[in-house]
Design a protein around this ligand. Structure first.
Ligand code: SF4
Ligand SMILES: [Zn+2]
Length: 197
């Protein structure tokens, strides 16, 4: 089936011959609470699933994709390092190039932060990123191979300024990994992620 969400949903409900009460009961059995009024609005295109619970009802969810916004005072060397470190720590080590490549990028980015890094180290950072997705079983190292060179390419001036100097007054940055969402309070809690690889 294809087309706008509400048309696909309406057709699916019609084909299954499910009254909305039954559909609501099916979802409730799976721990997903959605009201009849919401289901009715969705199939008539008056509203879209937006809350985490509603997104679960259509097989989607928060965290499927996303973006992070930093203002122009953020140090992009630190951002690149933070992403590389996060992906290295999260890599499950089933595919050696994934673990080794993300680790290589992270180590040489660390040199740039500390002030002992230069142009050659950038080459090692990118080499690590290119190496990471060889024989990969999942998307994690691909993400690294795309994001890391892209950050370096788009903020090359900032990287060059760090050569032999390191971070000077660059503030601490946090990678906002979502741990949970309190739907009642509309509040996210964040997780620091893994501390060891
Ligand atoms: S590519 Fe995926 S499966 Fe393989 S080590 Fe990396 S995270 Fe694990
Ligand atoms: Zn810096």
């Amino acid at each position: 089936m294809s087309g706008p969400f509400h048309v696909v949903l309406r057709d699916a409900i019609r084909q299954r011959g499910l009254p909305l009460q039954r559909l609501r009961a099916h979802l409730a059995e799976r721990g997903i609470q959605v009201g009849i009024a919401s289901l009715s609005d969705w199939q008539h295109g008056r509203a879209w699933p937006q809350q985490a619970n509603s997104l679960r009802a259509i097989g989607s969810g928060l965290g499927s994709g996303g973006f992070i916004v930093y203002d122009d005072t953020a140090c992009m060397v630190r951002v690149a390092h933070m992403f590389a470190k996060f992906l290295w720590l999260e890599s499950c080590n089933q595919c050696s190039s994934c673990k080794v490549g993300t680790n290589q990028s992270m180590i040489y980015l660390q040199k740039l932060i500390e002030g002992s890094g230069g142009e050659t180290d950038i080459e090692f950072v990118i080499e690590g990123a290119m190496m990471a997705p060889h024989g990969n079983r999942c998307y994690l190292p691909v993400e690294h191979s795309l994001s890391c060179p892209s950050i370096i390419g788009n903020f090359s001036k900032e990287f060059i300024e760090h050569y032999g100097r390191g971070c000077e007054g660059c503030r601490y940055l946090m990678l906002p990994k979502i741990h949970d969402l309190d739907e009642a309070k509309h509040k996210f809690t964040y997780s620091p992620g893994r501390h060891t690889p």
